[in-house]
Design a binder for this molecule. Structure first.
Ligand code: DGP
Length: 112
């Protein structure tokens, strides 16, 4: 996807503040953090949302990345939240599947 910012970050065409990477996924800090830890976990393959036929290998890799991130950020024990926005009603701004990983403070009942 030539015009997808997250494809460019995944392929290092545009560099970001990466906190985890393997052959299927990468994780990097959100530009506008809503919590002390606000990391985005994305598959390197372009999917728009969770209902875009995501390969099970990519789901496993994303789950593994969440585990690595919450451990390295020191929030595995204190608590964390994983959120994904799919489509207009959810306010999805970037149309490349991403999981927000939030933690480091008491999270409210709202999105963050
Ligand atoms: P969503 O509403 O779920 O599509 O959130 C998209 C998030 O992506 C939003 O929290 C801001 C973040 N974001 C957008 N563009 C960039 C970027 O170029 N770099 C980084 N690190 N984050 C970005």
């Amino acid at each position: 996807m030539d015009d997808c910012i997250f494809c460019k970050i995944a392929s290092h065409v545009i560099e970001s503040d990466y906190v985890y990477e393997d052959d299927r996924v990468c994780a990097f800090r959100d530009l506008s953090p809503l919590a002390p830890t606000h990391v985005l976990v994305i598959p390197k393959h372009h999917y728009e949302t969770m209902v875009d036929g995501v390969a099970s290998e990519d789901l496993v890799a994303m789950t593994h990345a969440v585990e690595e991130v919450v451990k390295s950020e020191g929030i595995a024990e204190t608590g964390f939240r994983v959120v994904t926005n799919g489509g207009a009603d959810a306010g999805q701004a970037v149309h490349h599947l991403h999981w927000h990983v939030l933690g480091g403070r008491r999270l409210t009942d709202d999105f963050a």
